[in-house]
Design a protein around this ligand. Structure first.
Ligand SMILES: [Zn+2]
Length: 315
């Protein structure tokens, strides 16, 4: 079955949210208040953004797949290829990935996902508030069968076979508040994500703000939704949530970008000085070489104990 594209794991069913929930927040780039909502979706439909760029515009569907990526610069932006975009999707996608929501419609009244507090933690509570239901359809999961690596100067990303998703992430900034930080996650589960990763905020440098704003970006950025660094240190008076909050945030970004694979990945991902563009290269690379991936299980049937056509609450 090497090279097979339809990959199934009989142990775990797909799931969707149990009910519609909405929330509001400020978008980082335009600075507008944006409303988003999660709604249940059919099995095998994946995560789909339903974008309403203007109040009366016809909504546009953009699947959360790497083929939809428009930009990897600073954040992940997706496009339908015909001019409609949705930006800063990665913190919500990381949360959906870790909380096991495979199929969901994400309505966006605007063109970006709200920044909330710059972390994924508000999304964890929000997604949980929607409840989760299993869908009697095997979850798509991939095992990596041999290593693949991409390099860009001192930056690199690699994945090698491992029974579960394991992440080793390192960053290296010549800055007194960051320096070299590395994080090892032997596995990724909801509890560990909530306690150790989700609360880490996005960060940016004071000296970049003027040029970003001149380009019409980061208008909504503030100390409320990002860590801002001067040359000397962190400017937020509240300080850091962890001394290595920066590398923890990079793990959120990686998980959000990994969601664009369209299935779960079992493998050991090792990243050196990574960012969105390297994350996207890995996902593209895996999908371009499907012989690197094999089914978690080759059986397509669910065990009879799961019950035909019955929704099981996971929440
Ligand atoms: Zn981020």
């Amino acid at each position: 079955m090497v090279g097979a594209f339809v990959l199934v794991n009989v142990k775990v069913e797909q799931s969707t949210v149990a009910r519609r929930v909405s929330c509001r927040g400020i978008g980082l780039h335009r600075g507008d208040e944006v409303e988003i909502a999660l709604s249940p979706a059919e099995p095998d439909s994946g995560i789909v953004f339903v974008v309403h760029p203007e109040a009366n515009a016809t909504p546009v569907e953009i699947p959360a797949r790497v083929a939809s990526v428009l930009s990897s610069s600073r954040a992940t932006s997706l496009t339908d290829g015909r001019g409609t975009t949705v930006s800063t999707v990665e913190h919500l996608l990381a949360t959906l990935y870790v909380l096991g929501v495979d199929n969901v419609r994400v309505e966006v009244h605007g063109t970006e996902i709200p920044m909330m507090d710059g972390s994924a933690l508000p999304f964890v509570e929000w997604v949980r508030s929607a409840g989760r239901v299993a869908q009697r359809r095997p979850r798509i999961a991939y095992d990596v069968v041999r290593p693949i690596e991409f390099k860009d100067g001192e930056r690199s990303i690699r994945v090698e076979p491992h029974p579960v998703l394991r992440i080793s992430y390192a960053i290296d900034f010549d800055h007194p508040s960051i320096g070299r930080q590395s994080l090892e996650l032997p596995s990724v589960d909801e509890t560990r994500f909530e306690r150790e990763i989700a609360g880490a905020r996005t960060f940016g440098f004071e000296h970049e703000i003027d040029s970003l704003r001149a380009a019409g970006l980061a208008i909504g950025g503030s100390f409320e939704n990002a860590l801002v660094l001067s040359d000397q240190g962190v400017l937020n008076t509240s300080g850091l949530r962890w001394p290595d909050e920066f590398v923890r945030h990079k793990v959120i970004d990686l998980l959000g970008d990994l969601c664009l694979l369209g299935g779960r990945l079992n493998g050991h991902i090792q990243v050196e000085r990574g960012g969105h563009s390297l994350h996207h290269r890995l996902v593209h690379g895996l999908l371009a070489q499907m012989d690197l991936l094999v089914p978690v299980s080759r059986h397509g049937e669910l065990p009879p104990s799961m019950g035909a056509g019955r929704l099981q609450s996971l929440a």
